[in-house]
Each structure stands twice: as C-alpha cells, then as structure tokens.
Design a protein around this ligand. Structure first.
Ligand code: DX5
Ligand code: ZN
Length: 220
C-alpha cells in the first residue's frame, strides 16, 4: 500500500510571503510542495526559474515536487535538480527522447516523473514504466490554477492502475493535478491516486491548515 500524500501547489500561494505559506502547509501536515514551472510556450503562462526554486528550497523542510511544464525539458534538468528539486516531472508531449530525459533526472539522484495532459493516452507510458518513479495525470489543461476537475480523469486512473498491475509496476506513485478539493479528493483516491496536488483547494480556503488536515483524514 503506497502512502497517500498531499502536495499543495505553490502557484496559489502568497508570493509576497512565500515562507509563511510554506510553513503553514507544513504545519497542516503536507507531504510535498508542488512547484509549477511554466515557460509560456508549452503552456500559456510563465512562472518560476531555478533561482526561485532555490529560495523555496531554503524555506522548506518537506521535499519539492517540481512539475516542469516546459518545452525541451532536457535542457533544464540539471539546473532544477541543482536548485533543490526532489521529484522532477516532465511532460511526455514535449519529450520525444523521454527515456534520455528520465535517465538525466535519475543521474542527478532525483525521483523521475512523467506527466500526461488530459487527452494524452496512458499507452505512451508502456515502455518507460521500468524507469520511472511517478506518473502525473493532469486533471485540467495545464497553465493555470483554479480550473474544474475533468471527470474523465477517473476512468483514466482506473486504466492506469490496471496497466501498472499488468506490468508489475505498482510501486510507481500516481499523482493527480488540477481541480482537487476537499469535496472530491475521496473520489480521486478511490480511483487509485496516491499524490494529490491542490492549489486553490487549499490556499483559497479560509483555513488552509485545517483543510489539509481534513484531506488527510478523508484519505485515512
Ligand atoms: C496547473 C498546475 C497545477 C495548479 C493546480 O497547470 O499544474 O499544479 O496549481 O491548481 P488547482 O488545484 O487550483 O486546480
Ligand atoms: Zn502542477
């Protein structure tokens, strides 16, 4: 049985006081800090370079889960690894040499993840399963926080779990990103999710700490 983990997405945090928000979610019991890196090409938004990741790392005591929504991810693996990422996840859609990029991540001693957009079939993972630690299923179109959970994700999660079983790869963590809140986290968990990214579902709540605690309770 894999551990269920909550990964608050810092995209929805207060950037005038990021250290305070990091401390807050850590006190609530968060397991990972999800950091969304966007390049304005693969997705229509821009966020953090390695320098900001370094600062986040200094303020954090839990691992950094870095989600690269960027073209040519291979060019930047070393920079994000050196900046303090613990997990590095790249999108299959922008990695024609996915195997090589995964090896780059592992060579840096980091956990390697592959992310799929809502329309990307899980079959692209079939020949990389032996090399990865995590699959990140997008449950919104990447680029922005605060969007609604795409319902077809539930079927995709069931199919992915069956695929991991078939290939003896059940050790791989399944992460879901986008539109997860206290009111749907149970359904996502029941479909076979292990790592729950939540941005607005935590930071836009009046009591973010209590919300994380409740999420953990719901998953227990
Ligand atoms: C979207 C990002 C998400 C985002 C999720 O492209 O990958 O991590 O922060 O935000 P919510 O939880 O608000 O949908
Ligand atoms: Zn993300």
């Amino acid at each position: 049985m894999k551990q269920k983990k909550i990964a608050p997405s810092l995209l929805s945090a207060d950037f005038t006081n990021i250290a305070k928000d990091i401390q807050m979610v850590e006190q609530g019991g968060a397991h990972l800090l999800h950091v969304d890196v966007m390049d304005g090409h693969f997705v229509p938004n821009l966020t953090f370079g390695p320098f900001i990741i370094q600062a986040i790392k200094r303020a954090a005591s839990i691992p950094l889960d870095v989600h690269l929504m960027i073209e040519s991810p291979g060019t930047y693996i070393d920079a994000y690894a050196d900046a303090g990422a613990d997990y590095i996840t790249v999108h299959a859609e922008v990695a024609p040499h996915l195997h090589r990029v995964i090896q780059q991540i592992k060579k840096k001693g980091k956990k390697a993840g592959v992310s799929l957009n809502p329309h990307t079939p899980i079959s692209v993972l079939e020949n990389i399963l032996q090399d990865i630690d995590l699959v990140l299923i997008m449950s919104v179109n990447p680029g922005f926080g605060g969007q609604s959970f795409i319902p077809n994700t539930i079927k995709k999660l069931h199919d992915l779990n069956a695929m991991l079983k078939l290939h003896n790869a059940e050790h791989i963590e399944i992460e879901v990103d986008g539109g997860i809140k206290l009111d749907n986290i149970r359904e996502v968990s029941d479909a076979g999710c292990d790592v729950f990214v939540s941005g607005s579902g935590i930071f836009a709540e009046t009591e973010p700490k209590a919300t994380i605690r409740k999420m953990i309770e719901v998953l227990a």
